[in-house]
Design a protein around this ligand. Structure first.
Ligand code: SF4
Length: 301
């Protein structure tokens, strides 16, 4: 499938937004969030960023590049009196194919390093390995560099249907191994787990084994998927195209629900937690020591 993404440059007014504090969030803790791109080339069929509430009308046709992102980040970090952790990857993948030639994420990492901040990268791409050395340096010197790789299945063929332009899981696990060797803390974000497609115990435990083999610190799980306006319609159309009959199962099980957990959620989560515990991996990303913005925490993807 040819990539017909339209790439457009825009001028951004701000880049780093403060992440609100939330003590009950299960999510990774960061202090600020940045996105140098708007839109994403990976085209995951379940992507929440397609939801109408975000107002990204041409999500599947266009990627906007914030051409002044690096300069903006430098100005903003220079003004901050307290250090903190910068998260990236919440609304678009910072290592989508465009990044290979543009290097915007790489240049932002360099700014983050020079200003003494920590970083939390969320991605599905092995392109992140290109920056392993710099990430390792941020971890050693600034105290916090985490790469969280999203994995929803170990099955490369299935992933090619669900996440058609992202590197396949075997490439992502290889990247995790390289990052761990470079001294970067790595996690697997296990979400979504698509009901009736990815929710077998065998598959979930296979992800735990592959993560353990790749030397990751932990797995952050959400066994289910979220659905809301516009994104649900796109997702259902893709189910009809590739998994005939499954949309009907969704409609019967979830109706108009936003949070759609897999059947047998509690049993599967217990099995996953137990397997992670046995393998010495965490399932809760408590924040390690490092740059601190003074009590501000928690982002959300
Ligand atoms: S990589 Fe993330 S942001 Fe990009 S399409 Fe997939 S889910 Fe959406």
């Amino acid at each position: 499938m040819a990539d017909r993404t339209i790439v457009r440059e825009i001028e951004a007014k701000t880049l780093a937004t403060r992440v609100p504090t939330s003590d009950d969030s299960f999510w990774y803790r960061t202090d600020f969030s940045i996105n140098v791109y708007r839109g994403c080339q990976h085209r995951c069929i379940y992507c929440d960023s397609r939801s109408a509430c975000y107002g990204i009308d041409r999500f599947d046709e266009e990627v906007l590049v914030k051409r002044n992102a690096v300069e903006l980040l430098e100005e903003e970090l220079a003004r901050k009196r307290k250090k903190g952790v910068i998260g990236t990857g919440s609304m678009s993948d910072p290592y989508m194919p465009l990044e290979r030639s543009l290097g915007m994420t790489r240049r932002c990492l360099d700014v983050i390093y020079r200003y003494g901040f920590g970083v939390h990268v969320h991605t599905k791409s092995d392109l992140v390995v290109r920056d392993a050395e710099l990430l390792g340096k941020i971890h050693r010197v600034n105290g916090h560099a985490v790469v969280a790789m999203t994995v929803t299945t170990t099955d490369d063929e299935l992933a090619a249907k669900l996440e058609p332009r992202a590197p396949v899981p075997s490439q992502r696990f290889a990247a995790l191994r390289s990052l761990a060797s470079a001294g970067v803390e790595t996690w697997v974000t296990l979400m979504p787990v698509l009901p009736f497609i990815e929710d077998s115990e065998e598959e979930i435990l296979q992800i735990v084994r592959a993560s353990s083999d790749a030397g990751v610190h932990g797995i952050l799980p959400f066994l289910g998927v979220t659905m809301r306006n516009r994104q649900r319609a796109y997702f259902y159309a893709q189910l009809d195209r590739m998994f005939p009959g499954v949309r009907l199962q969704y409609a019967r099980a979830f109706g108009e629900c936003y949070v759609c957990k897999v059947p047998e959620h509690d049993r599967l989560l217990a099995a996953l937690r137990s397997a992670c515990h046995d393998a010495g991996m965490k399932t809760n990303p408590a924040r390690p020591p490092g740059p601190d913005a003074g009590g501000v925490q928690l982002p959300l993807l």
